[in-house]
Design a binder for this molecule. Structure first.
Ligand SMILES: Cc1cc2nc3c(=O)[nH]c(=O)nc-3n(C[C@H](O)[C@H](O)[C@H](O)COP(=O)(O)O)c2cc1C
Length: 230
């Protein structure tokens, strides 16, 4: 399965079989986690066979059977949520390619401090539940349209629309989709400029959502040469 196919097919999974990850799944994820932690200055940790973190029924979510998850942590910094979104979603898509469902969780978890480490100055930004989907029906959501979240039109390149379409498939907290992509033309050296921005939400998590949406945009845009600007 290609990463673009994973973007098309992915949805949040909240109901899991009580099956452990295979050694191959765990090793492949761990190798990618090690690469990301080194590259993006994050402290993501894979926790296996730990049923307590997601065991309480909570209003938003209602997880069932979660025994494996990622603790997505890093040093406190203004851009921490952006990196958490961008790199955490790489793991979500890799998990899908490995046959594993997942769900980002900003609120609906209970920390198990004996199962992860935090260095001084670090914090947990989010958790990501992981595992084999039970097959029970999962909620599906309405998505915004390309026109609602971008200036894509006859004047903008085709890859820009494909990027926005992939961004619309991204998970966002409470499906809020408070992101926007604007094609701004080219700069003096001929590079395409894309402004990625977010609007206010009382619920928060818009910076993390935007990091996730930017990753999807990049994958959807393929090999187009563009840069994100503020
Ligand atoms: C940053 C972030 C935090 C989230 N937090 C929770 C959560 O606490 N509980 C939950 O059940 N789902 C959570 N979600 C999952 C969203 O509700 C879900 O992605 C959204 O409704 C879109 O559905 P989809 O992922 O199936 O496309 C979160 C998603 C993101 C991106």
């Amino acid at each position: 399965m290609t990463i673009l196919e994973a973007i098309q097919a992915r949805h949040s999974v909240r109901h899991y079989l009580p099956a452990p990850l295979t050694a191959e799944q765990a090793e492949t994820l761990q190798a990618k986690i090690d690469e990301i932690n080194a590259k993006a200055d994050l402290h993501i940790q894979l926790v296996l066979n730990e049923p307590k973190c997601f065991s309480r029924g909570m209003a938003y979510g209602q997880f069932k059977g979660v025994e494996n998850y990622l603790v997505v942590a890093g040093r406190k910094a203004p851009d921490l949520d952006d990196r958490v979104g961008y790199y955490g979603e790489q793991l979500v898509l890799l998990a899908w390619q490995l046959g594993l469902g997942s769900c980002w969780a900003g609120l609906t978890y209970k920390k198990q401090p004996d199962r992860f480490e935090l260095a001084p100055g670090e914090k947990i930004a989010c958790m990501i539940a992981l595992g084999t989907a039970s097959g029970e029906p999962e909620r599906t959501h309405r998505r915004k349209t390309v026109e609602q979240v971008s200036n894509a039109g006859n004047e903008t390149p085709e890859w820009f629309r494909r990027g926005v379409e992939a961004a619309l498939k991204a998970p966002t907290a409470v499906n809020q989709q408070r992101f926007r992509f604007d094609y701004l033309g080219t700069d003096a050296s001929g590079r395409h400029l894309v402004r990625a921005s977010r609007s206010f939400s009382l619920f928060g998590y818009t910076q993390m959502d935007l990091g996730i949406a930017k990753l999807h945009f990049e994958i959807g845009a393929g090999d187009a040469h563009f840069v994100f600007v503020e």
